[in-house]
Design a binder for this molecule. Structure first.
Ligand SMILES: [Zn+2]
Ligand SMILES: [Zn+2]
Length: 260
């Protein structure tokens, strides 16, 4: 049992074979997937896709790339979706200084709004951080007590401390499988077991051996395998531990057998 805590399965590249992709994931042992939105349209699509499925869990939020399109009207609609009981998280939100598709002021405003929203609704927040470590830490510190996850953590050990101190979970993606990325694997070893998560961020960031191709939730097994190997742990045990972590963070139904 593995939980992919970050999958954009509503993405257009899954339009022709979405059901097969989900089926392959289930066959690969991915028993739960968090379907993460990046704007209002994808939030609606995520809710629709997850309706009636007991292994798919939607989120609602606005990605830093889309932050400049945030209006009061969109805020109100996202907020209403976030408040629904089936919504497991606010996001993804955060800061992206690498692409900087939205102006910095708009990204700051969108991130602050979603951090406050997550606190107000007592839901976790999914944080995207690219080349924006110091500013991300500052905004997280402005919102003490917020629960959430640093998704697709690509940094090393040195940057971990402020996120762990803030109580956040740390999620690793296909980036941890790249042969040269010892720094990211060292970070995966340094995260306490009860804060560790895995994800695909599909259709992006395919693991080693699949790079350049579309990523999909089944391949989270590869991320899990590499993290377990780096930690000297058994993949099946770590799958249960990280799934229990995901259940605790996102408020998913309890697992039948808690890990030993
Ligand atoms: Zn992201
Ligand atoms: Zn994402």
């Amino acid at each position: 049992m593995i939980t992919d805590t970050h999958a954009h399965v509503w993405w257009k590249s899954f339009a022709d074979d979405r059901d097969e992709v989900l089926q392959r994931a289930r066959e690969a042992g991915v028993s739960r997937m968090v379907i993460v939105a990046t704007d209002l349209e994808s939030a609606r699509a995520s809710f629709e896709m997850c309706a009636g499925k007991d292994d798919l869990f939607p989120t609602a939020g606005v990605h830093p790339h889309d932050a400049e399109h945030l209006t009061d009207e969109i805020r109100a609609e996202i907020e209403a979706l976030c408040a629904r009981p089936e919504c497991v998280a606010v996001g993804e939100t955060g800061l992206d200084w690498f692409k900087e598709f939205s102006p910095r002021e708009a990204q700051f405003a969108g991130f602050r709004w979603q951090l406050a929203l997550a606190k107000r609704l007592d839901k976790p927040v999914i944080i995207h951080c690219r080349d924006a470590h110091e500013d991300t830490v500052q905004l997280v510190r402005e919102h003490p007590g917020v629960r959430g996850v640093m998704h697709c953590y690509t940094m090393g050990v040195d940057e971990l401390a402020p996120y762990l101190e803030a109580g956040l979970y740390i999620s690793f993606s296909g980036v941890v499988t790249y042969p040269k990325n010892d720094a990211n694997r060292a970070a995966a070893c340094a995260v306490p077991e009860d804060r560790l998560l895995v994800e695909t961020d599909c259709p992006f960031l395919s693991p080693q051996g699949h790079r350049g191709k579309r990523n999909e939730p089944a391949l989270v097994a590869e991320v899990l395998r590499v993290v377990a190997e780096a930690r000297g742990d058994d993949p099946e045990r770590l799958a249960r531990v990280t799934s229990a972590n995901a259940a605790r963070l996102f408020g998913l139904p309890a697992l039948d057998d808690p890990p030993a």
